[in-house]
Design a protein around this ligand. Structure first.
Ligand code: ADP
Ligand code: MG
Length: 140
């Protein structure tokens, strides 16, 4: 169980000015935010990040959405980070997300679902390295 995971506040939530509220939820929930920045993904970056989904029917729409405006990648620190974070954000589809979760409260749809979260320690490590160098991660 690793202590770090990669989150992204997706373009829908940035556009609606939910960035501060979402970061505050994580902080209040016991996560440390040890790296973060705004970034407008290129098509190439988004396709690389979501390469695992390239055969899925929603892939093109997902890439359009993820490149539609700036997003905020960040690194969250927590004990058993991947599982704790995914529980905190709720199910992919906000209509199935538990009450009080970030997706339940901030997502628009199954696609525009406010936040990303890594799904395993192995992917967390890869996804953190996709956005941040070691010197950009400020563990306290
Ligand atoms: P999660 O983000 O919960 O790990 P997935 O890895 O399965 O979910 O999917 C990646 C992203 O692709 C989702 O967060 C969502 O933005 C989009 N997505 C997933 N399933 C669908 C779907 N059925 N229709 C449209 N978009 C989807
Ligand atoms: Mg996933």
């Amino acid at each position: 169980m690793g202590n770090y995971t990669l989150g992204i506040i997706k373009p829908d939530a940035v556009r609606k000015n939910y960035t501060g509220k979402i970061i505050d939820r994580f902080l209040q929930g016991g996560f440390k935010i040890v790296a973060a920045r705004l970034e407008h993904l290129s098509r190439e970056q988004a396709e690389k990040f979501y390469a695992v989904h390239k055969e899925r029917p929603f892939f093109n729409d997902l890439i359009e959405f993820m490149t539609s405006g700036p997003c905020m990648p960040f690194v969250a620190e927590h004990k058993n980070a991947v599982e704790s974070y995914r529980k905190f954000i709720g199910a992919t589809n906000p209509t199935e997300a538990a009450e009080g979760t970030i997706r339940r409260d901030f997502a628009e749809s199954i696609q525009n679902n406010a936040v990303h979260g890594s799904d395993s320690d192995e992917n967390a490590e890869k996804e953190i390295a996709f956005f941040f160098t070691v010197s950009q991660i400020h563990t306290i």
